[in-house]
Design a protein around this ligand. Structure first.
Ligand code: BF8
Ligand code: SF4
Length: 635
């Protein structure tokens, strides 16, 4: 049927069948209805930057080979692309700012429900960014760390440069960023500057625009990194957890609440409140409260609390179609507005919580940091009441799920490495690379994109790289695809790892100190937690005595969709990382821009984009790149 063409996730098939029976349209139907796409938009040569537009480029038609203002295809494509980066960087860093503000209020003693949970991480971060720790009170240190994070946003002069970048990347990268003038000082300054630069009648130079885009992408890195660090400080740094994933994690006999979005500030409180409210759920006739995650807020509470994953971006609607979802609590980003109308057909309550994310017709429970736990309890109460309205005859949960071993913050990965090499844990991986046991490392990141078969690129590329002995780490919806497909457990290793990778993970297993076997792919967290992978790269490069642009480490976003993924991919290129994208982005309308980001970028940064929609070709290309780097390192 069509359903198999839409997605490889077998839990999704019966839900899509059900939608069809009930006459509900899902995102898969809407994606189909959008075809055929307009070629101008598809290739990036539609400009809507001023309201004389849209101007569309017809290369061969005199007068139409430029926009009304005279903008050429390369200007239009470059402007559109860098504005995508700015959107992504704004989203990630605003998320980081929210966490920083909360940490500041915690340090000032203003919030009763939050505290500094991971004092060790606070000390590490403080030392890293140059905040004094010696003999100081925890709250005083936390205040300075939070303030340093907030200062990243408001700086209006070009100096000093961003603290988190300055203190986390290799010396070589820092030099490169300064030489190419892409080193930012203030996040807001850079993003506003980019919007100015791309205004009608401003910069027409595609190269100049791309460099500004990379500067914004580095703001993305900075905002993500501080979001990860400060979330760890507030809620704890992930340690290995065993849980489960896919729609089968929704329980017919329990009050089911999905945590969907990105920001852990609220979802952590819901987790805490749920622990206290099991009795209330039982009084309503349920066996208890069952929390499940969708998208990155799901990844956040998976890493720290072991909460199960219901599903990822493309299939978020299907959680409601089980008929057993009592409430879906959403915060920010990647939440389909369609959820509300679908929920209307069931008893499900959609609860929006943030001032910048409302959906007409849904419940809005304004999240109040000052009474966070109470906010969370009110939401759970709404879910318990909804449970009472649930129609058991309409419940149909696909009994499909897999065991997931996750929680691999860099700290928890290093503590496993430490069991093998106590003096220098990172050598566990650099030695394996040098010995040729593994071919390098690949980061899987990013979304689902309805342009392709859901989750197929993720899993095919992962299996292909595993077979080629590449050590795999993952974040975001990519990690959730693997979780749902059973690749985040020991069986995944047995089935798909090449001989070298099998030996490598086997060695880690012997000394892991865990009861569960280690997985084929190491789940590092949410999308902001790509910063964990960047720290991993930096450690490897420093240990090998080279820059990150020389190490066999690649990134892939097999099903990239969001502006955030464009920002992440772009800063990876600036970091010197070969970066594969499995969806052809809207920039092919300018051969110049295409050439710059796929080829010339390598001469400047060492990193470059690989656009390849075919998963098998992508694997070959990525393996080739890794082998070339290993070969060069050995020379
Ligand atoms: O921040 S991977 S679809 S959920 S944007 Fe969104 Fe993409 Fe999923 Fe996480 Ni990241
Ligand atoms: Fe057209 Fe130029 Fe306006 Fe773009 S900025 S819409 S190309 S006139």
């Amino acid at each position: 049927s069509d359903f198999e063409k839409y997605t490889i996730d077998i839990a999704a098939h019966p839900m899509l069948e059900r939608a069809k029976e009930l006459g509900f349209l899902t995102t898969f139907d809407r994606a189909k209805a959008q075809e055929p796409r307009c070629n101008f938009g598809n290739t990036g040569i539609c400009c809507r930057i001023c309201i004389q537009g849209p101007c569309r480029i017809l290369p061969k038609k005199p007068g139409a080979n430029k926009g009304i203002c005279g903008a050429a295809d390369y200007t239009i494509v470059a402007r559109n692309t860098v504005r995508l980066i700015a959107g992504g960087a704004a989203a990630h860093s605003d998320h980081g700012r929210h966490i920083a503000e909360t940490l500041l209020h915690v340090a000032e003693g203003k919030l009763k429900d939050y505290r500094v949970t991971d004092v060790d991480k606070l000390m590490t971060v403080a030392q890293k960014i140059g905040v004094a720790t010696e003999g100081r009170d925890v709250n005083a240190i936390a205040r300075d760390v939070a303030q340093a994070a907030l200062d990243e946003f408001g700086r209006v002069s070009e100096y000093p440069k961003l603290t988190w970048i300055t203190n986390t990347v290799t010396e070589g990268r820092l030099k490169k960023f300064n030489e190419t003038t892409i080193m930012p000082s203030g996040i807001n300054l850079s993003l506003a500057g980019l919007l100015h630069q791309t205004h009608v009648g401003n910069d027409a130079d595609p190269i100049n625009l791309i460099f500004t885009g990379l500067k914004a992408a580095l703001c993305d890195y900075d905002g993500m990194h501080l979001a990860t660090d400060l979330s760890d400080i507030l809620f704890g740094t992930g340690v290995p957890v065993v849980t489960e994933a896919n729609l089968g994690s929704i329980k017919a006999d329990k009050v089911n609440i999905a945590l969907h979005g990105h920001n852990p500030l609220l979802s952590q409180m819901v987790v805490a409140a749920a622990k206290e409210m099991q009795a209330e759920a039982k009084a309503a006739g349920a066996a208890g409260i069952n929390l499940v995650g969708i998208c990155c807020t799901g990844n956040e509470v998976l890493m720290r609390e072991g909460v199960a994953i219901a599903t990822n971006f493309a299939t978020q609607e299907l959680a409601i179609l089980t008929g057993a979802m009592d409430a879906m609590v959403v915060d920010v980003q990647c939440i389909m507005p369609s959820l509300r109308s679908l929920a209307e057909c069931f008893h499900t309550k959609i609860v929006t919580t943030m001032p910048i994310m409302k959906i007409p017709g849904s419940y809005h429970y304004a999240f109040d940091e000052y009474n966070a736990l109470d906010s969370a309890k009110n939401i759970i109460r709404l879910a318990i009441n909804a449970y009472k309205e649930r129609d058991a005859s309409r419940v149909s949960i696909p009994q499909i799920k897999h065991t997931v071993v996750a929680g691999f913050s860099l700290e928890s990965l290093m503590s496993i490495f430490k069991n093998i090499n106590p003096d220098n844990p990172i050598r566990v991986i650099t030695d394996a690379i040098k010995a040729g046991e593994i071919k390098g490392v690949a980061l899987f990141a990013g979304c689902n994109n309805l342009k392709g078969q859901h989750d197929n690129n993720h899993t095919e590329i992962a299996k292909g790289l595993a077979r080629n002995d590449v050590f795999l780490v993952a974040t975001g919806c990519a990690a959730q695809a693997f979780a749902k497909e059973g690749l985040l457990n020991g069986e995944g290793v047995a089935k798909y790892a090449g001989e070298g990778l099998k030996k490598f993970i086997g060695r880690l297993n012997e000394k892991s100190g865990l009861t569960a076997d280690l997985p084929l792919i190491f789940h590092m967290g949410s999308c902001v937690d790509n910063s964990r992978s960047n720290d991993f790269q930096t450690m490897i490069a420093n240990e090998m005595g080279v820059d990150v642009s020389d190490i066999p480490y690649v990134a892939t976003a097999p099903e990239a969709m969001s502006e955030k993924s464009v920002a992440i991919g772009s800063y990876h290129v600036a970091m010197g990382t070969p970066t594969h994208v499995g969806v052809i982005p809207p920039l092919t309308g300018s051969s110049l821009v295409h050439e710059v980001v796929t080829k010339i970028a390598e001469d400047v940064f060492g990193g470059f984009f690989i656009f390849e929609a075919d998963p098998h070709k992508a694997v070959n290309r990525l393996v080739e790149v890794l082998e070339e780097r290993t070969w060069k390192l050995a020379m």
